[in-house]
Design a protein around this ligand. Sequence first.
Ligand code: TLP
Length: 344
Amino acid sequence: MDYIDLRSDTVTRPTDEMRQAMYRAEVGDDVYRDDPTVNKLEELVAREMGKEAALFVASGTMANQVAVMTHTRRGDEIILGENSHIYINEVGGIAYLAGVQTALVTEIDGIMDAGAVEGKIRSENIHFPETSLICVENTHNKAGGRVVPLDAMKRIHDVGLRHGVPVHLDGARIYNAATYLGVEAKEIAKYCDTVNVCLSKGLCAPVGSVLAGSSEFVERARKYRKMLGGGMRQAGIIAAAGIVAVEKMSKRLDEDHENAMLLAKGLNALEGVSVDVDKVQTNLIMVDFAGTGLNGTQVAERLKANGILINGSSTSMVRFATHLYITGNDVNRTVETVSRVIKE
Ligand code: TLP
């Protein structure tokens, strides 16, 4: 059965154009820096982000982890959102790999208050760890794809500048944020020192993320990537799809955002289901099934039996994600099916 797959935008398969590009890709050994397609992708993303250089890595998690390892020393403290992907969803890598501890800031709709961030910066004291990094996430996954506005990004960056602490942006979905704001991605990335850009989410590439920053930073990051086993050889095969992702797929995300809004409105109109429609900005929506008496896993099981996939959850809140392979018809079918299964 061909499912309507709303679990994540990571489920997107490569487009035909990507498969053609992968087939034709010129390749070399990227550990020797000989792979022209990887080099082209890295230059492209560096340019797009307004940074000097970039590094192609296996995943968003690897990009974030390499970034934290490169920015910090063991025993340092980093400031990040208590609902951030780096803190919640990266298997404790920052503790295990980078050996850092965390100072957590509460986000409201994905946004950390700059004053709260500043309040977490450690002063000089024999007892204190050193604050060596601030991490921001835009769009914010757990907040339901919320966009951190440019002025909020700037305020946090200014805090970093005042205290000599770099800012890393988990921009896994930076193109969704840029699409929503109607700006180029570099307008967002200018408020960070380094940025993770995921190619394999809404941009549909099969694999990969790119970590962009200064040339000096990327040189050091390259070594950590190698340490983690991420020195890939003929990686141009996958980088080729990444080039299509950045050049083409980053330009059509407004369709996903429109479908997310349609889905949000459709579901919110159902008895017992609620979505805060005013909060929907990009391709992720948070749906609350509390009024149906079902939890996310129960809804997921019923939908699966009807050809629709969502991630289960022990609470009543479930995230739905739209992407290239979710059409307007799929949205209608999803709303109809949800309306039916919650009454079963
Ligand atoms: N997010 C995945 C899951 O891990 C939750 C998803 O389905 O949304 N930063 C952000 C903001 C992310 O949302 C993700 C993936 C990553 C980093 C990690 O990327 P990958 O999965 O490539 O390691």
